[in-house]
Structure formats: C-alpha cells, structure tokens
Design a protein around this ligand. Structure first.
Ligand code: TRP
Length: 446
C-alpha cells in the first residue's frame, strides 16, 4: 500500500533526476567521442525518440496501473493464467548490479571535488597519471569515497519516496540544470564552440558500424533509466490523473537536453585547449581537469561546479537504482524500509568493492575474465544485455500480454486515438524488433 505520493512536479524532477546521471555527463560524451561524434549522436537521438519514448510510456503504465513494486505490478496486471510474468519484475535486481560500479564512479567524482578544491593536475599527462594512480593503487581512497556514496544513497532512500527521493530531487535538480546551462553559455562564448558543434552534429556515416548501433541503443535505455523498473517503481507513486505522454516527453527532453549541453560544453573546453575527443572513460577525469587547470582561477571554479553537478546527477540516479529492490523487499518480504534499504544497500556496497579491486593493479589479474575485468563486465552486462532484455519484456507485456482494451483505457487521458495507434504499433513491432536486432548483434560481437 502506498500512502505518500509524488506531486506532479516532484515526479517529473525525480524521473528526470533518475534519467540525468553519469550516463549523460560522463558516459555519453566519451562514447560519442569513441564512435565518431555526429553519426552516433544521430542514431542515439532517433533511438531515444522512437524506442525510448514508447518504452518509457509502457514502463510508466505498468507502475501507474499496478501501483506496487515491479513484481507486484506485473503480477497484478497479468491476465489469468499468465502470472509467470511477475518474474519480469525481478529486473529491479539489475539496479543493484549497476550500482556496483555506479557507486564507485560517484566515489571518483567526490574525490575530484576535493581535487578541484586543492590542486588540479597541470597537464594531461599528469592528470592521466593521477587518475591511473587512483584506479590502480588508490584502493583505500576509492573505498573511502565508495563508502561515502553508499551512505549518501542509502540515507536518502531510507527516508522514502516523499521525504527522501522527492525532496532531494526538488533541491538538486534545479541546481544541476542551472550549473550545466550556465557552463554551456560560457562555452558558447569560446572559439572552439563551433568545432564542438560540428563534432557533435555533423554525421560521418563511415564511422558507424553495428557495434556503434548496439552501444547507442543500449545507452538510450541506460540514459532514460528504462528496462529495470526504476521508472516503473516511481510511477507507482504518480498522482492518479497524470498525462503519461506529457510527463515522459518532459523527462526525455530534460535528459536529452542535458546530455547534449554536457557534450557540447565538454568538447568546447577540450578543443579550446587542444585535447582530443576520444579519451574513453577517463575523459572527464583526465582531459577535463587538465583543461580546467589551463583556465586558471576560473578553471578552478568551473571544475568545482562541474564535479558538484556530476555528483548531484549521480546521486539522484543512484537512488532510483536502489528504490525498486527496496520497494520489492518492503512490499513482498514485509521488510521495514530501514531493513530493506540496508540489505539492498549492503549488497551493492560489498560487490562494489570487487569493482574497485578489479581496477587495481594488485587484483586486476584475478578479476579479469576474458576481454573485461569485473567492473567492465558489470557495465557491459547491465547496459548492453539486461536493460534491453528488461525493455523487451515490458514492450511484449504491454503490447501482447495485457489486453488491448485495458491498455487503451489506461492511456485514455494521455493520448488520442491516433496517438495510441502509433504508440501501440511502436511498442508491438518497432521496439521489440530493434531490441532483438541489438541482442542478436551482441551474440555476434562477443
Ligand atoms: N539514467 C542514469 C544515467 O544516465 C542511470 C540510471 C538510473 C539507470 N536509474 C536507472 C539506468 C535505471 C538504467 C535503469 O546515468
């Protein structure tokens, strides 16, 4: 039973807070850099609009109608004889797996807030060295900040939807939006802006291959927080009369807007100071700090603001990764919220330590399996496999398992008949086909 519900604005900010995360500011710019800029960005935008948008409405609908945790909502909406679909609700576990590296990265960000406050590295090579130092030999430092991240995340979730999640998003999201747009306007005044614009928006099709498409689709799910029940769980606390189309469009606009602004401002700074675009996961931790150093005192301020914004983005997402499992434990196992938060939290905290060790020079060998170490495996399995599988399950459930009349009735206040016909076709045919192609490709890739 839900007592406390989101306000409309609270839900929008919480869902946007979930969507806007490390995926937007840390991951999107570097994969765009890796896969050649414009063409990748275009594939990503189309995917977000066609597949992301339709799956988001489907995921919202399951929570909005089910009003329970993932498992409960699937079970409640399953037609007689198909209650096995409740197992799809266990996708909430994916959130804990994501947190095993997400929390570690939030920890790096905390560390860089401190770096910005003390001394920025004075060159790219120095920055590279200190980042690698942190990963390979800084187990203690990482553990310290991972612990801080764990405490921050759990102390929000333990206060519940209204008093914890809504409240923190109402505070942090406006600040985050302000910082990113402010920095964007500064970037706009620099010469390299046009180069960054070109890099992000002029497609070079030769750089697109099937791997880039798989990554783009996987990232579209990741960045919109789809496929694991985060949006579903939040939607269970939506006010009764909500226009799901409108709400999801706002969330998608905010998420995409921030990703594009972050990409543009990052590449402007990098190009302005002659750093290259493709730096991999170290982009914001290596190239950027060195660039901030070059900017002098202004750079210090920018660095501080940037890493604070990144920390906020990470935290508001992390709480949405934890909440589905917590809600499940409360609804299904009769845990108190405290006990549920602590047990789900301890799981990602402890496994997260393995992620830290996997990057260290001391343990990397034991923790590397095939082409990836444990940290990278968690990233790959969740973003490229589990989220698309979860998205597929939701699309099939809403498109084929739930009776059409029920789905249409649920969306009556959200779209007209023509809109419904379009969306229903997208959820029945386009989204599953795209997701299947991605998965088949994945099999070929590995
Ligand atoms: N969307 C977040 C990001 O871009 C990550 C995230 C939060 C997420 N909740 C999720 C990803 C649920 C998938 C599912 O960083």
């Amino acid at each position: 039973m839900k007592i406390a519900r989101f306000s409309q604005l609270g839900f929008i900010l919480a869902a946007a807070g979930s969507a806007v995360g490390l995926g937007n500011i840390w991951k999107f710019p570097y994969i765009a850099g890796e896969y050649g800029g414009g063409a990748f960005v275009l594939v990503y935008l189309v995917t977000v609009l066609v597949i992301g948008f339709s799956v988001m409405i489907a995921e919202m609908l399951i929570g909005y109608k089910g009003r329970l945790d993932g498992v409960g909502s699937f079970e409640k909406l399953s037609p007689a004889g198909k209650s096995g679909w409740k197992y799809a609700g266990f996708m909430g576990f994916t959130g804990l797996l994501i947190l095993t590296f997400y929390s570690v990265v939030i920890g790096w960000i905390f560390h860089y807030v401190v770096v910005a406050l003390s001394t920025l590295p004075s060159s790219v090579s120095e920055a590279e060295q200190s980042f690698h130092q942190l990963l390979s030999a800084g187990i203690g430092t990482q553990l310290f900040y991972h612990t801080l991240a764990f405490m921050a995340i759990t102390s929000i979730v333990v206060r519940g939807i209204k008093g914890g999640i809504e409240k923190i998003n109402m505070k942090l999201m406006p600040i985050l939006i302000l910082i990113v747009t402010g920095m964007f306007f500064y970037a706009l005044s620099l010469d390299a802006f046009s180069k960054a614009w070109e890099f992000m928006f002029v497609p070079e099709w030769s750089k697109i291959d099937s791997e880039a498409i798989v990554v783009a689709v996987g990232h579209a799910f990741f960045t919109l927080s789809l496929g694991m029940g985060a949006i579903l769980t939040y939607s269970a606390s939506l006010p009764r009369e909500t226009n799901l189309t409108r709400v999801s469009l706002i969330v998608i606009a905010l998420d995409t807007g921030i990703a594009l602004l972050a990409g543009l401002l990052l590449f402007t700074f990098l190009f302005e100071y002659g750093a290259g675009p493709a730096q991999g996961p170290g982009l914001v931790f290596i190239s950027l700090p060195a660039v901030f150093y070059e900017m002098g005192i202004l750079g210090t301020v920018l660095a501080l603001l940037f890493f604070i914004a990144l920390a906020f983005a990470g935290l508001t997402s992390a709480v949405s990764l934890l909440e589905p499992m917590v809600q499940y434990l409360i609804d299904r196992s009769n845990f108190t919220r405290f006990k549920a938060t602590l047990s789900a939290g301890l799981f990602f905290y402890i496994v997260g330590i393995v992620s830290i060790l996997a990057n260290s020079s001391e343990f990397s060998q034991q923790l590397t399996f095939g082409s990836r170490n444990f940290f990278d495996w968690m990233d790959f399995i969740t973003a490229s496999v589990l989220l698309p599988v979860g998205g597929l399950a939701m699309a099939i459930f809403v498109g084929y398992v739930m009776p059409k009349t029920q789905v249409q009735a649920a969306l009556k206040g959200s779209m007209n008949d023509r809109g419904f016909a379009l969306w229903y076709a997208a959820i029945r045919y386009i989204a599953p086909a795209a997701l299947l192609i991605v998965m088949l490709n994945l099999l070929g890739m590995e």
